[in-house]
Ligand binder design. Structure first.
Ligand SMILES: [Zn+2]
Length: 85
C-alpha cells in the first residue's frame, strides 16, 4: 500500500500514479514503474489529488527541492493554456 499525497488515503499501487523527479527537476509520471529514484504517489483516477498535492507543495517536501516543474499529463484538467509540443 502507498499513500496518495493528495487525499492521503492508502491505496494499492495499481490505483495510484507513480511520479518521479527527473534529472531536469521536473516531476514526471512513471506509468511503467520502471524509472529509478524516489517515487511519489497520487490517485490515478482523480486529477484533484494531483492539484491538491501541488497546492500544498508536498512535492517540495518529498524531494526537498524548490521550483519543481510539472510535466503536464493531466491534460483534461480544464486549463486554457494547453500546448502541444
Ligand atoms: Zn488521492
Amino acid at each position: 500500500m502507498r499513500t496518495c499525497l493528495g487525499c492521503k488515503k492508502a491505496k494499492s499501487k495499481d490505483k495510484l500514479l507513480r511520479l518521479i523527479l527527473n534529472t531536469k527537476g521536473e516531476l514526471e509520471p512513471d506509468f511503467k514503474l520502471n524509472k529509478g529514484g524516489r517515487g511519489a504517489y497520487v490517485c490515478k483516477d482523480n486529477p484533484e489529488c494531483m492539484k491538491l498535492a501541488l497546492e500544498k507543495k508536498v512535492f517540495t517536501h518529498v524531494y526537498k527541492r524548490e521550483n519543481i516543474k510539472i510535466i503536464e499529463f493531466f491534460q483534461n484538467s480544464g486549463s486554457s493554456g494547453s500546448r502541444s509540443c
